[in-house]
Design a protein around this ligand. Structure first.
Ligand SMILES: *Cc1c(COP(=O)(O)O)cnc(C)c1O
Length: 512
C-alpha cells in the first residue's frame, strides 16, 4: 500500500520518488544528493487552528506532525507517545515558553537537556529511530555518524542515548570545541554513545563523515544513518513552536487578522525553514526574518540575490558559523516552483562555481518570503548588555543576533517573536564581554565540571574512524550477547535448582 503522505528528492531521482516518512527519516539524505521534501504541503484551516488553542504543547505537536506522517507510518497513539516522551525531557512544562521583553516576545527554545534549540528536534528524532528499528526496519540497527563543532553533537547524544538498536558516533575536532560543549558530550556514559576527538579541524571531521557515507560497502555494513540538520524529521519537529507561538501571542492579542512575525538566528536554515512550511500550511505569519552573524551568505542572498560561498569567519555565535546553508536547497526547490530539473541545474552550477545569482521576479518573490538582517560582534555584545541592564533579561550571542534583527528592521512590537536558541550559560566567554559578573549557571551545567568523562582520540583519517566504529559496534553487540548468555545461565541455574527442590521435597515427603 502506498503511504498516505509521500516525499521525493529535490533533485528528482526516480528511485526516491514517493518515499514514506519511515524511509525519509532513516535515510536522511537522498542518494542523488538532494533533500527529501513532502510531495504536497498539508493545510490547516482557521477553524481547526482555533480548536488547537486549548491543547498542550505535546498534543499540538501531535496534531501538526500527524499531517505529515500518516497513520500507516505511525498510528496516532504511537505518535502521541513518541512526542509526549520527547517533550517530557524538557525542564519547562510549556516546553518552549514565551517571555515578553522590551515590548516583543522571546521564544525560549533552550529548556531541553543540552540547553539549545536542537534538543526540540533531536529528542523526537531519537524516538522515531527507536520506534522504526523496533519494528524491524533497517534490520533493527542503525549506526549514526555525525560531526560537530558544538551544539549538534551534544543534542544528538542526548536524543539517542540508551535508544535500542542505535549506536551514535560523534566526531569533534580535538581541542577546538568549548569545554562545556565537550563535557556535555563526554560525560554521557550510555554504552551506545561513542565520542571521538579527531586530530584535526571541524572541516576534517565533516570530510570524514562525507567519506563514510560515500563508502557504500561500509555504509551497508554498519547501517549508517545521519542526524544532521538535513534530516526532514528535524525540520518537521520544529514546526510545532511556530504554531505554539502564534496561539500564545493571539491568546492576548485578539484583534482579528493578527499576523505574528518571527526573527530567527540562522545558520543552516533548518529552524527558519520550519517557519516557512508553517506559513505554507496557512498559519498567519507576517514576516520571517533571517538573522545572520558575519557569515552572511543568506543575508547577501535576500538583499541582492548573491548566494556565493566565502571563507568562514569565527564569531561569538559559533553555531551560526557556516559558509553555505545545507537546508537552503529545500527553499530553492520551492522557489523554482517545485521543479527538480531547474533546481538540479542551479545546484550543479553552484557546486561548480561556488556562486548562484538570482534576480528579477524570482528574487522579488524570495524577498516577499523572507526579510534579512546581519549583526556583527559589536552589535551582538551591545544587545546582550542592553537587555541585561534595561530589561533584566539574559540573551546568548545567537539569540542576541535575532533580537538585533528585529530592532534593525523596526519590528519591535507585540506581534513579533525573537527565537532564543540557546541558554547564555553555554557561551560564558562571549557573554562575559558584555555582562560581568555572569549570572550563576544552571546546576545541570555547573555539575558537568565534576563529572567523569569518556572519549577516544582518533587519527584524522577515514579508515581509522571506520575501524573505530566497527570495533565499538562489535564490542557492544558482543556485550549484548554475553548479557543474554549470562541471563540464560542464570535462568538455567534457577530451573535446575527448582527441579532439585521439587525432587527433594517429594523425596522427603515419601520418606515420611
Ligand atoms: C544550530 C543553531 C542555530 C542555527 O540554526 P539553523 O537551523 O542551522 O539555522 C542557531 N543558534 C543555535 C544556538 C544553534 O545551536
Amino acid at each position: 500500500m502506498a503511504p498516505s503522505v509521500t516525499y521525493s528528492s529535490t533533485r528528482g531521482s526516480a528511485t526516491e520518488a514517493s518515499s514514506s516518512f519511515r524511509e525519509v527519516v532513516l535515510a536522511g539524505l537522498c542518494k542523488d544528493k538532494g533533500l527529501f521534501v513532502p510531495d504536497t504541503i498539508p493545510t490547516v484551516g482557521r477553524g481547526e487552528l482555533e480548536s488547537w488553542r486549548t491543547l498542550n504543547y505535546a498534543e499540538l505537536s501531535t496534531r501538526i506532525l500527524a499531517k505529515y506522517i500518516g497513520p500507516d507510518q505511525v498510528p496516532a497513539e504511537d505518535l502521541s507517545r513518541i512526542i509526549t516522551t520527547a517533550c517530557g525531557n524538557f525542564r519547562h512544562p510549556q516546553v518552549t515558553p514565551l517571555q515578553k521583553v522590551n515590548g516583543h516576545y522571546v521564544l525560549e527554545l533552550f529548556h531541553g537537556p543540552t540547553f539549545a534549540f536542537k534538543d526540540v528536534a533531536l529528542q523526537m528524532l531519537g524516538g522515531f529511530f527507536e520506534y522504526f528499528l523496533k519494528q524491524g526496519s533497517n534490520g533493527g540497527r542503525l549506526a549514526v555518524l555525525g560531526a560537530t563543532s558544538g551544539d549538534t553533537g551534544s543534542a544528538a547524544i542526548a536524543g539517542l542515548r540508551g535508544k535500542e538498536g542505535v549506536d551514535c558516533v560523534i566526531l569533534y575536532p580535538k581541542g577546538r570545541v568549548s569545554e562545556i560543549q565537550e563535557r556535555q558530550m563526554t560525560t554521557i556514559m550510555d554504552e551506545n554513545i561513542h565520542c571521538c576527538a579527531v586530530e584535526g579541524t571541524f572541516d576534517d571531521c565533516q570530510d570524514i563523515v562525507k567519506g563514510a557515507f560515500q563508502d557504500a560497502a561500509f555504509r551497508d555494513e554498519v547501517k549508517l544513518g545521519a542526524v544532521n540538520s538535513i534530516n526532514w524529521a528535524r525540520v518537521l519537529a520544529q514546526t510545532t513552536y511556530y504554531f505554539w507561538s502564534y496561539l500564545r501571542v493571539t491568546d492576548t492579542n485578539k484583534e482579528p487578522g493578527t499576523k505574528v512575525s518571527f526573527s530567527v538566528p540562522t545558520g543552516n536554515f533548518g529552524d527558519i525553514l520550519a517557519g516557512y512550511y508553517c506559513r505554507r500550511m496557512g498559519l498567519p505569519i507576517g514576516e520571517l526574518v533571517v538573522a545572520t552573524n558575519e557569515n552572511d551568505i543568506l543575508h547577501r542572498f535576500f538583499q541582492n540575490g548573491d548566494y556565493s560561498r566565502r571563507d568562514i569567519n569565527k564569531t561569538i555565535s559559533p553555531s551560526m558559523d557556516i559558509c553555505v546553508s545545507s537546508n537552503f536547497e529545500r527553499y530553492l526547490f520551492h522557489l523554482m516552483d517545485d521543479d527538480p530539473e531547474k533546481l538540479s541545474n542551479l545546484m550543479k552550477a553552484f557546486e561548480a562555481t561556488s556562486r548562484l545569482t538570482l534576480s528579477g521576479r524570482t528574487l522579488a518573490r524570495a524577498q516577499e518570503d523572507f526579510k534579512s538582517a546581519k549583526c556583527d560582534t559589536a552589535q551582538t555584545l551591545d544587545v546582550i548588555k542592553t537587555y541585561k541592564e534595561k530589561h533584566g533579561y539574559m540573551l546568548c550571542p545567537h539569540s542576541a543576533v535575532g533580537v538585533s534583527a528585529l530592532d534593525q528592521l523596526d519590528m519591535v512590537k507585540d506581534t513579533s517573536v525573537a527565537l532564543a536558541t540557546a541558554h547564555e550559560a553555554k557561551f560564558p566567554d562571549a557573554v562575559k564581554m558584555a555582562v560581568n559578573p555572569l549570572p550563576e549557571a544552571p546546576p545541570e551545567l555547573a555539575r558537568l565540571w565534576k563529572m567523569k568523562t569518556r572519549s577516544q582520540v582518533c587519527d584524522n583519517d577515514l579508515a581509522a574512524v571506520e575501524d573505530f566504529m566497527r570495533k565499538r559496534i562489535r564490542e557492544r553487540l558482543e556485550r549484548g550477547k554475553a548479557v543474554v548468555q549470562y541471563g540464560k545461565w542464570v535462568l538455567g541455574g534457577a530451573f535446575v535448582a527448582a527441579v532439585l527442590g521439587v525432587v527433594a521435597v517429594a523425596v522427603t515427603r515419601r520418606k515420611r
